[in-house]
Design a protein around this ligand. Structure first.
Ligand code: TRP
Length: 382
């Protein structure tokens, strides 16, 4: 018998030290190759975001055929979503930053799903009012990353359900209880909301094809933990007459406490920088963050530090040092011992303050039009 895996990755549970290559094998996804990246680079007019060049996105399903279609004049749309269980933190941006990049560089429409129903069903500690309120707060943060109101469409589950339902009815008939039990590990005690929910997560992937009456390709950037949902979506797509969505998977990045995946469940609020943390809290959290530094300054000068295990370096890598030259400089001087953790942290604190200030301003502006992006009407009755 093969040895049991030392990690678990499902949409409702992530634990252990994840071996990402092994996970790709287990899930049966494809590796993001240099050839595909070079192709994207060319299609985007000679630009690739750090999230792609630095290995945060590392796996996919059918990205090649999606780009073939794009090159043959059949543009796709991007779709991603958020389960609103609380404020967004910086690692949630990994998913929406890449969507914003596709949206901007390739001019493709964006579809966002806010699953206030899912989080109410999945998290016993949250009330309906809370998940709905976080849904709206999270939506403002996402839209503020740079989405164009005219090309952005939001499925806010509890408010868009009438528009989604005609399609959800057909999707749900294709998914069996055995499917969801096998894919999500549901048991007899799982509430039936969650059992139905995966049908709703498939709806946005098919929506434009349904609305336009032709096959519109879909790309879903997401954390690899969401892959099981979309395996189901892909399995049923053709039976419903829609194209299988392509997927682009990211790794899950470590939190400030330096252990495994950033997660703020329970009383781990210090593991993440929330977008609504005041400057003093940001500063305190970064000051306390786990690094790859040595026990003493003398040792660090002599032996250097280890960026790969450092939560501060991870923040530079994923968002806060977009320029390659700066990121290389930070990485090199960290490794050599020239850059000390205290100075590196002070520099990051300044950078994060700058982003928060700019983000707060952009966020106020989107409030004027956010409501207008919420889909409430079905394109047709059936
Ligand atoms: N289920 C996701 C969550 O818990 C939310 C979600 C809905 C999503 N649709 C998506 C995530 C599409 C990625 C892609 O956060």
């Amino acid at each position: 018998m093969p040895a049991p895996e030392e990690f678990v990755v499902t949409p409702y549970e992530v634990k252990g030290k994840i071996d990402y290559d092994r996970l790709r094998e287990l899930f049966g996804t494809q590796g993001l190759t240099p050839e595909l990246l070079a192709r994207l680079h060319r299609l985007a007019g000679g630009e690739l975001p750090p999230l792609l060049t630095r290995g945060i996105y590392y796996s996919h399903r059918d990205l090649g055929p999606l780009l073939d279609a794009y090159e043959n004049g059949r543009p796709f749309f991007v779709y991603s979503g958020r389960g609103p269980s609380g404020p967004l933190h910086t690692s949630h941006l990994i998913q929406f930053d890449i969507c914003a990049w596709f949206h901007r560089r390739l001019g493709v429409p964006m579809y966002i799903q806010i699953t206030d129903d899912e989080k109410f069903w999945a998290r016993s500690g949250l009330t309906r009012e809370e998940t709905a309120r976080w849904g709206l707060e999270n939506l403002y943060d996402i839209l503020a990353l740079g989405f164009d109101p005219k090309r952005t469409h939001v499925f806010f589950d509890s408010r868009s359900i009438a528009a989604m339902y005609p399609l959800a009815i057909r999707v749900a008939r294709k998914i069996t209880f055995s499917n969801v039990k096998a894919v999500f590990g549901f048991e007899g005690s799982t509430n039936i909301g969650l059992v139905f929910y995966t049908a709703l997560q498939s709806v946005p992937a098919f929506w434009p094809s349904w609305a336009e009456g032709r096959a519109v390709p879909c790309l879903i950037p997401c954390g690899i933990d969401q892959d099981p949902h979309f395996r189901l979506t892909r399995d049923i797509a053709e039976g419903l007459g829609y194209p299988k969505p392509a997927l682009l998977h990211s790794k899950m990045v470590m939190g400030l406490l330096g252990e495994g995946v950033m997660s703020t469940t329970g009383n781990r609020a210090d593991d993440a920088l929330f977008l609504n943390d005041p400057p003093k809290v940001v500063e305190r959290k970064i000051r306390a963050a786990f690094t790859g530094g040595r026990a003493t300054v003398e040792e660090q000068r002599r032996l250097g530090a280890t960026p790969e295990v450092c939560s501060v370096w991870t923040l530079w890598r994923t968002r806060f040092a977009p320029a390659e030259a700066e990121f290389e400089e930070i990485t090199r001087t960290c490794r050599s011992g020239e850059l000390l953790c205290g100075d590196c942290k002070a520099r990051l604190i300044e950078r994060v303050h700058g982003f928060y200030a700019q983000h707060a301003e952009a966020r106020e502006k989107v409030k004027d039009w956010a409501e207008s992006t919420i889909v409430t009407v079905a394109p047709k009755p059936l």
